[in-house]
Design a protein around this ligand. Structure first.
Ligand SMILES: [Zn+2]
Length: 142
């Protein structure tokens, strides 16, 4: 599911999309969490890059990930990262260990920040920021 937070102009920092990361962002726009998977050794790779982080192979292929993971760590931000984030405090920035292996930083959304715990299971959800950029966020599922 892809949702849009509001109809205001998006004024937060946006990712720079390049040739290596384009399939990831294309996937997000379609509601899919795409990760690179090494055809040589089977490792999953995130963030997007040219070489496998496990075996240095160039045979990285894009595959849809489960979108499931576990909260490795998190912080509750009471002070905004900048003026554009001021209306969202308190918010949760978390490190999520994806089921496939890679660790991803994102926000935990749809939950009282005080209820978030290390080890909770989460699932990806998508937030449309602009026409080009849709951001992966995570919701607690247990
Ligand atoms: Zn590899």
């Amino acid at each position: 599911m892809i949702y849009q937070r509001d109809t205001m102009a998006y004024d937060k920092p946006l990712p720079v999309i390049d040739n290596e990361s384009r399939p990831f962002w294309d996937g997000c726009r379609e509601g899919k969490l795409m990760l690179q998977h090494c055809a040589e050794c089977g490792a999953w790779v995130f963030y997007p890059r040219v070489l496998c982080t496990a075996c240095h192979s160039e045979r990285l292929e894009w595959e849809e990930a489960s979108g499931e993971g576990v909260i490795h760590s998190f912080t509750i931000c009471h002070r905004p990262a900048g003026p554009a984030f001021a209306g969202e405090t308190p918010y949760v920035v978390a490190l999520i260990d994806l089921k496939e292996g890679p660790r991803m930083m994102s926000n935990i959304v749809g939950a009282d920040p005080e209820s978030v715990r290390i080890g909770q299971s989460v699932r990806v959800t998508f937030e449309k920021a602009t026409e080009e950029v849709t951001l992966p966020k995570f919701k607690v599922i247990s």
